[in-house]
Design a protein around this ligand. Structure first.
Ligand code: CO
Length: 208
């Protein structure tokens, strides 16, 4: 990737946008009103807006290694609270992807330094679903299933927050879990049963 080319690309992009709408950037400068909060992996292959066909201003995006929602991560929690309480997004999506290097790295017996505490949360997902995962012999299939289960558990982590519980009660905000298949480009809806998970965990995690 040639960094000088980036600025040429940018000039071309500006021209393309103005060709379609001559006040495009005036409108963009007025503010944002995204309806979707997207929490995805930092993996360079999984571009948030492009794979959804979304335009600037439509999606509030947070990306980290293996699309984790960790309750003491100030970054994801700030993004969540701003999106839910201030931007009043209508939907939250956790989007994982098959062949996720973060998920695979989490299951290796190796000291990865600062990544250890981050990826430890994925080992916890494995432990919760060990019975199912241990029946899968093919290693790639096992990791792909772990990717799906990780998305599910991160959705549950979102439901554990006061912001999501309050927004569900007040305006029916729900959490969705998706997986992007890097081998085909297909986006898969895991059809997370929000109400079921909410009901399951509220006995212990009820905040608002
Ligand atoms: Co990844």
């Amino acid at each position: 990737m040639n960094l000088d080319k980036v600025f040429d690309n940018n000039e071309k992009w500006i021209k393309d946008k103005l060709k379609v709408k001559d006040n495009y950037f005036e409108e963009l400068g007025k503010g944002q009103n995204p309806e979707l909060l997207y929490i995805g992996c930092s993996d360079s292959r999984v571009t948030a807006e492009e794979l959804m066909g979304a335009e600037p201003g439509e999606v509030f995006v947070h990306r980290n290694i293996a699309n984790m929602v960790i309750s003491i991560d100030l970054n994801v929690m700030s993004v969540l609270n701003y999106a839910v309480d201030h931007l009043k997004v209508k939907y939250i999506v956790v989007c994982g992807h098959y062949a996720c290097g973060g998920v695979k790295a989490a299951m290796q017996s190796a000291d990865l330094g600062i990544l250890n505490p981050w990826l430890r949360n994925i080992r916890d997902v494995y432990r919760i679903h060990k019975t199912e995962l241990n029946t899968i012999e093919d290693e790639d299939k096992k990791y792909d299933r772990l990717v799906e289960l990780n998305v599910k558990e991160q959705c549950v982590n979102l439901i554990k927050t006061a912001a999501v519980q309050k927004a569900y009660r007040e305006r029916g905000l729900k959490v969705h879990g998706w997986v992007f298949d890097v081998h085909t480009g297909k986006l898969i809806d895991l059809k997370i049963n929000f109400e079921k998970y909410l009901k399951d965990i509220m006995e212990i995690y009820h905040l608002d």
